[in-house]
Design a protein around this ligand. Sequence first.
Ligand code: ARG
Length: 413
Amino acid sequence: MTDRVVLAYSGGLDTSVAIRWIGERYGMDVITLTVDLGAEGDMASIQRRALDTGAVKALVVDARELFVKYFVFPALMANAVYEGHYPLATALARPLIAKLLVDAANDEGATAVAHGCTGKGNDQVRFDVSIWALSPHLKIIAPAREWGMTREEEIAYAKLHSIPVAATSRSPYSTDENLWGRSIECGVLEDPWEEPPEEVYAWTRSPRDTPDEPSYIEIGFERGIPKSLDGRELDGVSLIEELNELAGGHGVGRIDHIENRLVGIKSREVYEAPAATVLLGAHQALENMTLSKYQLRFKERVASEYADLIYNGLWFASLHQDLASYVQSSQRHVNGTVRVKLFKGTASVVGRKSPQSLYSYSLATYDKGDEFDQSASPGFIHIWGLPVKTQAQIQGVGQPDGPLGIVGPREGG
Ligand code: ARG
């Protein structure tokens, strides 16, 4: 029997060419696996394209619910954002696709799996490490890392072999999308000084064309997970889909970022992530009401570890389980409702409430009803400031010859 390989298939140029190329180069039967994570596009036509291009079988899996439950919401609870900008849509999807590839390979008796990643990006690392962790004996084929074709040569190869190429594949941009966001690379974006042209955006309206009146929305959370929109209970997939539509219509979620790739390259990345932007902002606002200062400080450090780990392809490392357990524990009182105003490209939190809120009006107010004991403050400050005062008396402060006694900017060279 001919050896079989399961190829992660998006329907785009790279993976379409890969079907034919693997057949030629490795003499294997190619089974495609298309994973629906909420990207636009009709699964039936992608399936047809796979078969037309030479796949012996074309599998489609709707993994949107799994994605939201086990990948997106845990990352939201962690506030995982890479380098302060990127909500990690692609990075979160890779380990799930890897798992489904491995499962399909086992079901189909395949000896190899394949993906369309190049040798310059993060995605190859995420796929390969995840596949190794789940099934170390499977061979991994990455045609786009091996064939050394430029985009033009790929298009020529497709023509030569009558491979149907979707119109989007002729665009100068490389894109990836799922429920949590859309990424755009290449073309004019490779010049970091160039403003992204309007044509790169597909999910967000230009703030120039958004409504002149804001929309207010209310998001209800239970244990850190968004459960309702304006009082309507929604499953995670629907909630994210609705928010992408609504917030995208107000131009919310455009991100332009110079990103540090795992493979050592800085790259210019443009993202659209309307739902992620709204939910991350709302979730953090609710945490600010329900977690102590010390929990918030520590959780920020965990968030950055968590984001790095996901970005760097270490989803199946044990550290992930440890961090995720901490994050889950931290969410036990993160219940309540956040009101967000969507307007001209911004999503601002304008109200928050929680049955477990640590905000106390009688402690915070400057009006009648103040219960804060101001007479206790001098004693507190006396002890708090003691080490600073002691050190200043003995060693002075900072730079004794500076006019203000503090370190200023250096002049000249
Ligand atoms: N830079 C992002 C990441 O590493 C997005 C990658 C997009 N992938 C793609 N094949 N276009 O997660």
